[in-house]
Design a protein around this ligand. Structure first.
Ligand SMILES: [Ca+2]
Ligand SMILES: [Ca+2]
Length: 244
């Protein structure tokens, strides 16, 4: 029996190791641990000066719990998967910028997943808008940009709905195949900003950054993958006991 239990434990450990590259990618610790979070202010002028938003003590945003988005309502849940997500920037018009990033090294899983949703207050022109940029780059390949989602409320496309003058997207899930980039280093960065004249705000939610597809909804429902592993472990236990 002891060897059977050991088998179960080993399976659990090997499952964990496969996703070791990402830490707290779904914010399920309830805080920003393992993420770099900075921020600052954007006063006047396009493009934005990075020196103005690299202050760790001025991060604008928060880890949030499930519930209706305060602008959109029940049509948009603040959390995509599990009990928490992060909201970068806020809905107050006060020139703020929020930035988060995480880097994974020596990545060996075949895919990278994440989910995002944006809520942007309607504005005027491209250089006078709240905006965001969500990018995944392959650092090993000279910072090659693999995913770049960049919108302002001025450039909002058919991806966006409009509620009371705010443009918003349903949750967007991204799957990126990186099986041919074994052992590379990747960085995910999300910047969300008010407009530079303090007239319009916008924010972006992020969740489920990891090697497995994030599962939408209730955290109490176990992921199919882990259920399968538990089943395998139990099968191993039965096999061992029969053999004995
Ligand atoms: Ca989550
Ligand atoms: Ca703000």
């Amino acid at each position: 029996l002891r060897q059977g239990i050991l088998f179960v434990v080993l399976l659990a450990v090997s499952a964990t190791c496969g996703y070791a590259g990402f830490v707290n990618g779904g914010f399920e610790t309830g805080d920003m641990s393992s993420w770099t979070a900075t921020g600052g202010s954007w006063h006047g002028g396009w493009p934005m000066n990075p020196a103005n938003y690299n202050n760790p003590s001025q991060f604008v945003g928060a880890v949030v719990t499930p519930g209706p988005d305060p602008i959109v309502g029940a049509a948009l849940n603040r959390v995509y998967s599990g009990s928490y997500s992060v909201r970068v920037n806020d809905r107050i018009n006060d020139y703020t910028v929020g930035v988060i990033s995480q880097t994974v090294t020596d990545y060996t899983d075949p895919n990278i997943y994440f989910a995002w949703s944006a809520v942007l207050e309607g504005s005027h022109v491209a250089n006078d808008s709240d905006n965001f940029t969500l990018a995944l780059v392959d650092v090993t390949a000279g910072n090659e940009v693999l995913v770049n989602r960049s919108y302002s409320s001025y450039s909002a496309t058919g991806l966006f709905n409009n509620t009371n003058g705010w443009y918003w997207t349903p949750w967007q899930t991204e799957q990126l195949s990186v099986g041919d980039r074994q052992h590379h280093t990747f960085t995910l960065t999300l910047l969300a900003s008010d407009c530079p004249y303090g007239g319009h705000a916008g924010y972006v939610y992020l969740d489920g950054f990891g090697a497995a597809a994030p599962i939408q909804g209730d955290p109490s429902v176990p992921e199919p993958a882990s259920m399968g592993l538990i089943g395998l472990g139990l099968a191993g236990l039965v096999w061992y006991r029969r053999r004995k």
